[in-house]
Ligand binder design. Structure first.
Ligand code: SAM
Length: 240
């Protein structure tokens, strides 16, 4: 198989050749659409491997031992944009049923076409707001794992994610820098939504050594019915 992405510079052994080929198709489709739709500023092939493929998977690789993602997990990627971290996860872990959620209709149309072209049979893309999904009985308390990368403040991310999780479900926030103040705020907000902070794992990306933090929470009680609040409120009046 001939590859165009520089896999020798970042081997990513978790992926077999067929999965690498799917990543290449994803890269090509993303770049083609990026001309008309603002999907990513990362277009260099090696940077795509590190900052999009490796980074999307790293949150799963740093999972604390006390947390277990079930097989055939129901996963939601909230604010997925061009498909991160949800699409690399779907390629690597095909037994997960993954919902890609974004409020921008055009991005979701792109994702629906991508899903078809990559034959990702257990993935769907939905155009909606996290605040609406969290109050929709078809989605509320139905997911084992909610992932969010570069979406909003930690407080808003928790209000988006926790209502969608089953009891025992995991929220995974992909953050760059992470401050003591953010950690303290998270510990304070999580119980209001039925969650508990479990661990924050710092790590570096393998090539450019950029700082990352994977923040893990678990849902331990039902989320009170008033959460999530109306569209826009979690951002305008964040919980404290
Ligand atoms: N997660 C992707 C990544 O890491 O490349 C995209 C990040 S992009 C900066 C943030 C995305 O979140 C946008 O596509 C935006 O439309 C979406 N978004 C923001 N707030 C949202 C909400 N409340 N519900 C659904 N999508 C939301």
């Amino acid at each position: 198989m001939t590859f165009t992405l520089p896999w020798s510079e970042l081997p990513l052994n978790a992926l077999n050749d067929a999965q690498k080929a799917q990543c290449e198709t994803f890269y090509q489709i993303l770049l083609a659409q990026n001309k008309t739709l603002n999907l990513t500023r990362i277009t260099d092939p090696l940077e795509f491997l590190e900052k999009h493929i490796w980074d999307s998977l790293a949150g799963l690789w740093h999972l604390p031992p006390s947390l277990v993602i079930p097989t055939a997990a129901q996963v939601i990627d909230i604010g997925t944009g061009g498909g991160f971290p949800g699409v690399p996860m779907a390629i690597t872990y095909p037994d997960y049923a993954i919902t890609l959620l974004d409020s921008t209709q055009k991005k979701v149309l792109f994702l629906q076409s991508l899903i078809e072209q990559l034959s990702l049979s257990s993935v769907e893309a939905i155009a909606s707001r996290a605040e609406e999904m969290g109050q929709n009985p078809q989605h509320r308390e139905t997911y084992d794992l909610a992932v969010l990368r570069a979406v909003s403040s930690p407080a808003s991310c928790l209000e988006y994610a926790l209502p969608l999780l089953k009891i025992g479900g995991i929220a995974l926030l992909y953050r760059g820098q992470w401050s003591e103040e953010e950690a303290a705020l998270l510990e304070q907000i999580a119980p209001q939504l039925g969650g508990q902070a479990i661990a924050t794992i710092p790590y570096e990306t393998p090539l450019t050594h950029s700082i990352r933090h994977a923040v893990y929470l678990q849902k331990i009680h039902p989320t009170p019915p008033q959460f999530p609040r109306r569209v826009g409120v979690p951002q305008q009046r964040p919980l404290s």
